[in-house]
Ligand binder design. Structure first.
Ligand code: ADP
Ligand code: MG
Length: 634
């Protein structure tokens, strides 16, 4: 399509605003143009962090010499024609404004040659004044040179960061492009230094692996789903997420694309995080590169001048689609973290820095290094410090009575069914003795022969096909109870036990009100409680489950009513069930019988997300056989 001036009414419909803020924004616009022109090779060179020179060359379709004046004119584009096109954008650019804006704040030179043109054409814009077009020599493709950026806007020039910082931004941007355009080769030079060079990759996975680096590769799981005709038109997602154990402390390692365009979108990141709910520490962020392909008519990219935000016509359908896709990837994967015996890794020491063998970087330090700038965490990737502290509190409050008076048999039932055998229990119905026996006999012979060890009355040790598995009995039981309770609550609510005489509890000033506003939630959990005064609440019914686990229901409810984070019911249910599971689960330091152990391990096979406790802490760690063999020098 030739370049044309957009009609004024269409100009007015386009999200207006300045896009040239810093060197990286110039590079962004120029590389987008190269990709839109079908380039297979994009070479970027910057000097002085981009303030002295930015040069982008491509081997794309080129600009006919007679269209060069339009290319640098405001509101002129070859990519859209009418407002209908505006709602169906398949290119990265469409505003027809970038070259004009860049030309007004720098010295801009374009040399371009379409394949069918014998020689190249050249045009120059200097602070808005145009020179050319004139014939020039040049290979097919386009080279755009931007020098002395902001020479006429001293305020902007003053706000630029150091050369290293601006170079870092450009590098990160180039990596962002490279992740989504595997067929294109990218090169970045900063002064005399080659920052990186990426040959065109065999496929998208190869490109992602190359950019993310070899350290994370074993942790990457592929997301690949399509469908969603309902409400969204055709939609597909491809990408990678790293195992929960490789989650990071910040969201910097998350990349989102829609139709090849890098975007920021809190809702989609939330969908990814939601898929990881229960398998990572909620304070951490999953590593993710997510590429959505959706009918261009379903997404509005004309929201923000920098085109980094989009609006979906059916945001919740897209959210749900992405969440399901990531969740099914996690479900299909073995998420037990490998426990490395390597002392450096185990203590979280930074891995070797600089260019790894597979790394495209020649100079690791100069890269944006969005992925590797943080030292790798230990393989289990878990911040034990903070979580342990968090866990310690609810667990060690005196709000439950240890069940020292329970016989082993009764305790076993409690452990396995989450109920007392004395109770007409919610779980007894589908977990009768016969079922339990069948489950037991399905366990590996090893287990039946008692070869699962409980050590320090806290951990279980067993083997699996790949090595030795260590299990935290409390964490695993907590997850088991959580899943069982959640299932019950979703299927109608927890069984409750009416009290002959109400229990009166003293509560804080707002808690009595909360007892009223949370009544529906409390009812689902098996509680019935009414305010009995400004600072007291009467409990008429308690969840049978808590009673059977000897958790003091009064103390539990008082603690619950003291919380001010229970407004949103969905989150509240998770959170309260979490509290219940935590208080009711076996503790570290409790000796378990062989049968209790067997049942617990059987549940591990059966329930979802058994690799992590509800707080995201791992329930299991695996020492791979190869690790052991290495240590024994075999
Ligand atoms: P937009 O990309 O929004 O159309 P720009 O100001 O970035 O606006 O570019 C104006 C026009 O110049 C584009 O529509 C395109 O036709 C042409 N153009 C710019 N850069 C290139 C390039 N590298 N190769 C081919 N054509 C280009
Ligand atoms: Mg453009």
């Amino acid at each position: 399509m030739p370049i044309r001036l957009l009609p004024p009414d269409l100009v007015n419909q386009i999200a207006a605003g300045e896009v040239v803020e810093r060197p990286a924004s110039v590079v962004k616009e120029l590389v987008e143009n190269a990709i839109d022109a079908g380039a297979t090779r994009v070479a970027v060179k910057i000097e002085g962090g981009g303030r002295d020179l930015i040069e982008v060359s491509d081997d794309g379709g080129g600009i006919p010499i007679d269209e060069l004046p339009l290319a640098v004119a405001a509101h002129a584009t070859s990519k859209i024609r009418s407002s209908d096109d505006l709602s169906n954008i398949a290119t990265l650019g469409f505003r027809g404004e970038a070259l004009a804006s860049i030309g007004s704040v720098s010295r801009l030179e374009i040399i371009s040659r379409p394949r069918n043109q014998a020689e190249a054409g050249r045009i120059e814009v200097n602070g808005g004044a145009i020179e050319g077009p004139m014939p020039a020599s040049g290979a097919p493709g386009t080279t755009i040179r931007v020098s002395t950026l902001f020479h006429n806007v001293p305020a902007r020039r003053k706000f630029l960061k150091s050369e290293a910082a601006e170079t870092g931004r450009v590098t990160e941007l180039m990596e962002t492009f490279a992740l989504a355009h595997p067929g294109v080769s990218f090169r970045l030079d900063s002064g005399q230094r080659r920052v990186f060079e990426l040959a065109s990759a065999a496929d998208r996975r190869a490109r992602v692996d190359e950019l993310l680096g070899p350290e994370i590769k074993p942790d990457l799981l592929e997301v690949d789903a399509r469908g969603g005709t309902e409400g969204t038109g055709a939609i597909a997602v491809w990408g990678v997420v790293a195992r929960p154990s490789a989650a990071r402390a910040t969201s910097r390692h998350q990349r989102l694309y829609v139709n090849g365009r890098a975007i920021t979108d809190r809702s989609l990141l939330h969908a990814v995080k939601e898929a990881f709910r229960g398998v990572i520490d909620p304070a951490r962020y999953p590593v993710a590169v997510i590429q959505l392909e959706i009918d261009p008519g379903e997404v509005d990219v004309n929201v923000h001048p920098a085109k980094t935000e989009v609006r979906f016509r059916q945001p919740s359908a897209v959210h749900a689609f992405l969440m399901r896709a990531v969740r099914s990837t996690l479900r299909a994967a073995d998420l037990v973290p490998m426990f490395s015996l390597d002392s450096a890794a185990a203590h979280g020491a930074p891995q070797a820095t600089g260019a790894a063998p597979l790394s495209p970087a020649r100079d690791g330090a100069a890269r944006g290094d969005w992925f590797r700038s943080q030292p790798m965490r230990p393989q289990s990737g878990f911040d034990y410090g903070t979580l342990e502290a968090k866990l310690a509190q609810p667990e060690r409050t005196p709000s439950f009575v240890p069940h020292a008076d329970h016989t082993d048999d009764a305790r076993r039932d409690v452990l396995v069914h989450g109920t007392d055998r004395t109770e007409r229990a919610p779980f007894a119905s589908h977990d009768d003795t016969r079922n339990a026996r069948a489950a037991l006999s399905a366990l590996p012979t090893l287990l039946r022969s008692g070869a699962v060890l409980q050590v320090h009355q806290s951990y279980l040790i067993m083997e699996d096909a790949e090595g030795i598995v260590l299990i935290d009995q409390h964490a695993l039981h907590e997850r088991v109870l959580y899943e069982q309770l959640f299932d019950r609550v979703m299927r109608g609510g927890l069984e409750r036990q009416m009290l002959l005489a109400p229990i009166m509890i003293e509560v804080g000033p707002r808690a009595a009100e909360r007892a009223e506003s949370l009544a529906p939630l409390l009812a689902r959990l098996g509680f019935e409680a009414t305010p009995a005064g400004p600072r007291s609440v009467a409990i008429h019914a308690v969840p049978s489950f808590l009673a059977s686990r000897h958790v003091d229901a009064g103390v539990f409810l008082a603690e619950l009513l003291d919380r001010d984070d229970l407004a949103d019911t969905e989150a509240a249910i998770h959170s309260v069930i979490d509290m219940m599971a935590c208080k009711a689960a076996v503790k570290g330091g409790e000796r378990l019988t062989a049968e209790e152990i067997a049942r617990l391990l059987e549940s591990r096979e059966r329930i979802e997300r058994s690799t992590n406790c509800p707080h995201g802490r791992p329930t299991s760690l695996r020492i791979p056989l190869r690790e052991i063999e290495k240590r024994f020098g075999r």
